[in-house]
Design a protein around this ligand. Sequence first.
Ligand SMILES: NC(=O)c1ccc[n+]([C@@H]2O[C@H](COP(=O)([O-])OP(=O)(O)OC[C@H]3O[C@@H](n4cnc5c(N)ncnc54)[C@H](OP(=O)(O)O)[C@@H]3O)[C@@H](O)[C@H]2O)c1
Length: 256
Amino acid sequence: MNESAQQDSWPDLLEAFVRAPTPVPSEWAPVFGPLRTGACDAMMVVGQLGQTLDGRIATVTGQSKYINGPAGLTHLHRLRAVVDAVVVGVGTATADNPRLNVRLVAGQHPARVVIDPKARLAPDSLVWSNDGARRLVIVADQIKVNTPPEVEVVSLESSNGQLAPADILKALFERGLKRILIEGGADTVSRFMQAGCLDRLHVIVAPIIMGSGRPGFSLPAIEHMDQAVRIKMHPHPLEDEMLFDCDLSAQRVRIV
Ligand SMILES: NC(=O)c1ccc[n+]([C@@H]2O[C@H](COP(=O)([O-])OP(=O)(O)OC[C@H]3O[C@@H](n4cnc5c(N)ncnc54)[C@H](OP(=O)(O)O)[C@@H]3O)[C@@H](O)[C@H]2O)c1
């Protein structure tokens, strides 16, 4: 991909996302074209994980800043700029204290959503900072929250504290949020993947071998290789990193 042509046409890409059916500029189409519409309904859900060559997304102490270099991080900010909402689990919101807004590229901040069934995230977490973006917390079973007053509270029925990813997405859709980035961590992305709730998965691999640390995916154990999910995948170099764009549309369930 031609870097300067891409820089010049980034505003056109944003326009294409806001005003469909404006075409996605050709230099962006291979990576961002599939993110405009979902596989089987009016939602589009993309997961992302930044990982090492040996499949780690954080050290044993939970540190992940920054596995990816400038190119991988810029890609992450581009993903944030084209979605309506970015979703993380409370583990990430606690460990990283992320802002989850768009800083490395032009674009609007998406809504920020934290899945926090037991309402344990500190009220002064950066994710709740008031920068004009909508902020939502997903809790279980009407539990009392301690979030700033502007944070929208979405209470869903759980099964022993576990929330169905499809219920979370449906609740976001009902609030006008249709294009969703599941940004992490491993537990949250794995849950959405296992539930058939991702259209795409962007795995950004950095040229790092950690040799220890937290794995990127946590799925039920399998005994035979033929039980493993073999994925249709398109590689895209991002300077010295590699984006693996995984097409999960075949297993995506209908949400709305
Ligand atoms: N490299 C990367 O791309 C990347 C991205 C993000 C995060 N990280 C790293 O990943 C680590 C955090 O990841 P993690 O896997 O430990 O945690 P996580 O996925 O951020 O959060 C998991 C927690 O979120 C809640 N949760 C999420 N989905 C749920 C559902 N469907 N139903 C009920 N509860 C749900 C649960 O909270 P409760 O425990 O309260 O039940 C669960 O334990 C950190 O070290 C962070 O630095 C790396």
